[in-house]
Design a protein around this ligand. Structure first.
Ligand SMILES: Cc1cc2nc3c(=O)[nH]c(=O)nc-3n(C[C@H](O)[C@H](O)[C@H](O)COP(=O)(O)OP(=O)(O)OC[C@H]3O[C@@H](n4cnc5c(N)ncnc54)[C@H](O)[C@@H]3O)c2cc1C
Length: 391
C-alpha cells in the first residue's frame, strides 16, 4: 500500500506539475496550489538535458517536449567575435540522445500541466497556503487567495480547508514552505551576478547552444524552436540593483557593448523591452533533510543554483519523479521521504555547488578551496558525472 492517498503540492512550476502528474498517474489524489495565473510563466526558454528528458519519459511527455523544442548537439564555444573555437560534445552516458533539447518555458509548462490534468490532478491557481496544522497522521491546510509578490493574501474561510497525508513545497527559491520548516535558516543569497534573457528570432545557421565570453560578460545563445532562440547574459550586478524595466533595452545594449560580429548584430536588434527578462542569480542549499514530519520541500525550494550546468529544472523534475516513486514503494511517509532524500541529496547538491563554483570561476569572483576543486572538474567533467550516474 502506498504511503499517501492525498497530497498537496504548493507551486505549479516545472517541478510541482511533474510531481502532480507522476502522483495522479499512480492513482493518488493531488491538489496543486499555484499563486500565479495559468498563463504566467517566468522566463523565456531553457535547456532540457537528457537526464531531464529521461525523467520526463516517466510521465510520458518526453516526445511532446522534443516535438515542441529544438535538439541541440554539441554545445559550441565562440570567441567574442562569434567564431566557434571549440565544442563540448555531450558525454556518453545512460540517458542516450538527444543530449539537450531547447524549449520555450510556456510550452514546457503547458505540456506538464496537460499531463497533470489528464491524469486527474486538481490545479488551483491564484492561491497559497495560509496555515498548516500537522498531527501524527495528516496535515490540515487552509488556502488563501494570493496572486504573488507585493499583494496581500486573503483568507477564504472553511471551504478552502482540506486534510492531506503530505504537503510538498515546490514553490521555488522564495519558498514559504521552506520558511515554515526552517524559518530564515536558508534565506536566498545573492551571488553578485544576474541573468538577462532576451527572446528573438533564431538565425538559420544557429543550430546549437553557443557560449561566448567577453571580459566580464557571458552570453549563451540557445535555439528553442525552428523560429526562436534566446540569448542569456550573465553580468556582474554589484549591490543587487533594482533596474527600472523601462531601462532594460539600454542596459542590455550597454552590457553587450564589447561583443562584435554576430553578437553585435543580435544586440542591435534588441529593441523590445517586452522580450527582456531580468533575474538576479541567487542560491539556496538546504544541507539537512528536506522534510519534517509530513511536510517536504523539493526543486529550487531545497536547492537553487546559478544556471551554469543548465540542470536546475532537470533536478526539479528528477526530484519529482523519484518522490512519486518513493511514495508508492514505501508504506509510510517517514520511510518514503527518508529514502527519497537519501537518493536525491548528493546529486542535487553536487549540481548546486558545482554551478556556483563555475559561475565564480568564469566571472573571476573570490572562491573557497572547495569551490576551486569543484570548478576544476569543469563543465564537461560535471556533465559526464551527471550523464553516468543514475538519478
Ligand atoms: C537564468 C536562468 C536560466 C536557467 N536555465 C535552465 C536550463 O537551461 N535548464 C534547467 O534545467 N534549469 C534552468 N534554470 C533553473 C530552473 O529555472 C529552475 O531550477 C526550475 O524552474 C525550478 O523549478 P521549481 O518547480 O522547483 O521552481 P519554480 O520553477 O520556481 O516554480 C515555483 C512555482 O511556485 C509558485 N509559487 C511560489 N511561491 C508560491 C506560494 N507561496 N504559493 C503558491 N505558489 C507559489 C511560483 O509561481 C512558481 O510557479 C535556469 C534558471 C535561471 C535563473
Amino acid at each position: 500500500m502506498s504511503a499517501v492517498r492525498k497530497v498537496l503540492v504548493q507551486g505549479g512550476g516545472i517541478g510541482g506539475l511533474t510531481l502532480a502528474a507522476a502522483l495522479a498517474q499512480r492513482g493518488i489524489e493531488v491538489d496543486v496550489a499555484e499563486a500565479s495565473g495559468a498563463a504566467s510563466v517566468l522566463g523565456v526558454g531553457l535547456i532540457q538535458p537528457n537526464n531531464a528528458l529521461a525523467a520526463l519519459e516517466e510521465i510520458g511527455v518526453r516526445g511532446s517536449c522534443l516535438e515542441a523544442g529544438f535538439q541541440l548537439e554539441p554545445l559550441g564555444i565562440w570567441n567574442s567575435e562569434g567564431v566557434e573555437v571549440a565544442t563540448i560534445p555531450h558525454p556518453e552516458g545512460r540517458y542516450g540522445q538527444p543530449s539537450n533539447n531547447g524549449i520555450g518555458r510556456p510550452l514546457y509548462t503547458g505540456i506538464l500541466r496537460e499531463a497533470a490534468e489528464k491524469a486527474g490532478a486538481n490545479i488551483i491557481t491564484g492561491v497559497t497556503i495560509w496555515e498548516m496544522n500537522e498531527d501524527h497522521d495528516g496535515v490540515d491546510v487552509e488556502l488563501a487567495t494570493w496572486t504573488g509578490k507585493r499583494t496581500q493574501a486573503v483568507r477564504q474561510g472553511g471551504a478552502a480547508s482540506s486534510r492531506y497525508d503530505l504537503v510538498v513545497g515546490f514553490d521555488g527559491v522564495r519558498s514559504r514552505v521552506r520558511e515554515h520548516l526552517f524559518a530564515d535558516a536558508y534565506a536566498p543569497e545573492f551571488t553578485g551576478f544576474a541573468c538577462w534573457r532576451v527572446k528573438m528570432p533564431r538565425p538559420v545557421d544557429l543550430t546549437r547552444s553557443a557560449f561566448v565570453m567577453s571580459k566580464d560578460v557571458k552570453a549563451v545563445l540557445t535555439p528553442i524552436s525552428d523560429d526562436e532562440m534566446y540569448i542569456a547574459l550573465v553580468t556582474p550586478e554589484p549591490g543587487n540593483p533594482r533596474h527600472d524595466p523601462l531601462d532594460f533595452v539600454r542596459l542590455v545594449h550597454e552590457r553587450m557593448r564589447d561583443f562584435t560580429g554576430p553578437l553585435a548584430e543580435l544586440r542591435d536588434s534588441i529593441t523590445d523591452v517586452g522580450r527582456i527578462n531580468y533575474t538576479p542569480l541567487e542560491h539556496v542549499t538546504v544541507r539537512e533533510p528536506w522534510f519534517r514530519g509530513r511536510i517536504a520541500i523539493a526543486g529550487d525550494a531545497a536547492h537553487t543554483s546559478p544556471p551554469h550546468l543548465a540542470q536546475g529544472a532537470a533536478m526539479a523534475v528528477e526530484d519529482a519523479v523519484t518522490l512519486a516513486a518513493a511514495l508508492v514503494e514505501h508504506s509510510t511517509v517517514p520511510a518514503a521521504l527518508d529514502a527519497w532524500y537519501t537518493r536525491r541529496r548528493d546529486r542535487a547538491l553536487f549540481v548546486a555547488d558545482m554551478s556556483l563554483a563555475l559561475l565564480k570561476q568564469e566571472m573571476g569572483a573570490q572562491m573557497t578551496p572547495d569551490e576551486k576543486e569543484l570548478a576544476d572538474v569543469g563543465i564537461a567533467g560535471a556533465l559526464a558525472i551527471l550523464a553516468q550516474e543514475a538519478y
